[in-house]
Write a protein that binds this ligand. Structure first.
Ligand code: NAP
Length: 283
């Protein structure tokens, strides 16, 4: 393992709004500066849009829960710069270390005692109102009706029609997102070393009136999921959501969802094990 000097190296802290997080930020900043790093902090309550990263930033430390981490990833536009999380939030599935491990964080970082976990993301190409837009999610991408309307969606896989889905909506999760909303919907937990997307129905209707697949589907990286709202079926506006962000549309024409080539680098220490984390957080 190498040991690089901390001189002239810049670290950015992204900190949630709680008193606890702000106290951890103070302690961490002091320790990092003492070690020789340049430190900047963005507080989640000060700016909520268009945050930019300067070229010299080599690490982003997120203080908060998983929600704070997801916001940082989106606000910084899915950068290549690695992230590490300090958990002051509720669950902290992405967050690697606890507030009493700040010295360990700095020591491991300087001694390069870590690995980078490349987390896959999901991308959705959305056609609406004669516009094409692309959205990226680290956890998931969701299509549903606004205002509690059921939706009726023609679903295809790899270009071939498979079913007309009727229900609340469809969630497409990454392996990293399999432990989030996907899990609450009865989706499978997926080891992040497996490359796939999981398509999980949200309250599918399966009656003599409507026939929808009720179990999650697992798709390989080279297959895209096609979604076309059924003409005349869905009544109200349609909504999409990705990692807690959302948009609504008067007219949604079609969506194509697939694994994205964009990855997020999460710093993990030697002790990290996905299934141990599942056990400690869920059981
Ligand atoms: P949020 O309050 O930021 O998050 C809701 C809960 O999901 C929090 O406990 C959060 O952990 C946890 N979480 C987020 N990503 C996770 C992951 N990859 N694995 C395990 N738990 C995870 O809610 P939001 O801003 O609306 O949306 C952020 C995410 O929350 C979404 O991407 C979605 O997956 C999830 N969510 C879940 C449900 C549900 O389970 N019914 C409903 C809506 C959204 P922290 O406590 O550490 O922040």
């Amino acid at each position: 393992m190498g040991k690089k000097s901390a001189k002239n190296r810049s670290i950015l802290i992204y900190c949630s709004n709680t008193d606890n997080s702000k106290q951890v930020e103070k302690d961490l900043r002091k320790k990092l500066e003492l070690a020789g790093f340049n430190v900047e902090t963005d507080f989640a309550d000060k700016k909520d849009d268009n945050l930019t990263l300067t070229d010299d930033v080599e690490l982003i430390i997120c203080i908060g829960g998983d929600g704070t981490f997801l916001r940082a990833v989106h606000y910084f536009g899915f950068p290549n710069v690695p992230f590490i999380g300090v958990n002051t939030g509720h669950l902290g599935f992405f967050q690697e270390i606890m507030p009493d491990q700040l010295d360990l964080l700095i020591d491991n970082y300087i001694k390069e005692k870590y690995t980078l976990q490349k987390m896959q993301t999901v991308k959705a190409i959305v056609n609406h109102d004669d516009v094409v837009e692309e959205f990226t999610g680290l956890n998931e991408f969701i299509v549903k009706g606004e205002d509690n309307y059921s939706v009726h969606l023609n679903i295809s896989i790899g270009g071939g029609f498979i079913e007309k889905f009727s229900g609340d909506g469809i969630l497409i999760s990454t392996p990293a997102g399999s432990t989030a909303y996907n899990y609450s919907l009865g989706g499978s937990l997926v080891d992040p070393r497996i490359k796939l997307i999981q398509v999980t129905p949200i309250a599918p209707m399966n009656t003599t009136a409507y026939r929808s697949l009720t179990s999650p589907l697992l798709l390989p990286p080279d297959l895209a999921l096609g979604i076309v709202p059924d003409e005349g079926g869905s009544k109200g506006r349609m909504a999409i959501a990705f990692d807690g962000f959302g948009r609504t549309f008067d007219k949604l024409d079609s969506i194509e969802v697939m694994l994205s080539e964009v990855t997020v680098n999460l710093m993990r220490f030697e002790s990290y094990d996905f299934w141990a984390k599942v056990k400690s957080k869920f059981i």
